[in-house]
Design a protein around this ligand. Sequence first.
Ligand SMILES: CC(C)(COP(=O)(O)OP(=O)(O)OC[C@H]1O[C@@H](n2cnc3c(N)ncnc32)[C@H](O)[C@@H]1OP(=O)(O)O)[C@@H](O)C(=O)NCCC(=O)NCCS
Length: 190
Amino acid sequence: MDRLPTLASERLRLRWLEERDVDPLHQIFADPAVTRYWSAPPLADLSAARALLQEIRDYFARGTLYQWGIALADTDQVIGTVTLAWIDREHRRAEVGFALAASAWGQGYATEAVARLIEYAFDDMELHRLGADLDPRNAPSLRLLEQLGFQREGLLRERYHLAGEIQDSLIMGLLRREWAARRPDASRTE
Ligand SMILES: CC(C)(COP(=O)(O)OP(=O)(O)OC[C@H]1O[C@@H](n2cnc3c(N)ncnc32)[C@H](O)[C@@H]1OP(=O)(O)O)[C@@H](O)C(=O)NCCC(=O)NCCS
């Protein structure tokens, strides 16, 4: 494929990021509230956002990381991104990542976007396991992942050194069969 497919959900479109999305990417990732528990510091300026878009394309070309824009279905405005990182086709696994502009928090958009991403990863890419790696103090992310069925698997102590701070790393995981069992029609097929 030459670009990521568009994935539709009720209120959102997960879509390929374009040059015109550099501004929203900057707004999202220049905000220290968004990058508080992110793996990179806030973007310094618009040229850093341009470099981020180029990096997203380079990773896509290598097939190791897919990062979609989360766009509102009615305006096509990009309000965040969702990611499948560390894509490993041999072992059929990847790690999920997600971030939303602070102005869009608290409306269930992240849960809706990540649920659609999971569906694509298991149904279309036929992955077997999805992981997540987060700071255990990142309460909204932890809540979101647990609501979608991810289980806590282990705590790696003092694993990151970010913005002058040592951070722990909580590893979570969701298996394809666990996701399948959560589908509304699962009880009828089992
Ligand atoms: C993680 C993030 C995308 C969640 O966005 P959101 O808009 O709050 O997500 P949702 O509205 O789908 O809500 C997720 C859940 O977290 C809960 N939540 C939100 N803020 C919370 C807080 N401060 N403490 C505890 N739970 C919280 C919500 O209530 C919701 O649970 P509910 O459905 O039971 O009400 C957003 O906080 C963000 O962009 N954070 C910065 C980036 C980041 O840290 N990404 C993850 C790196 S691993």
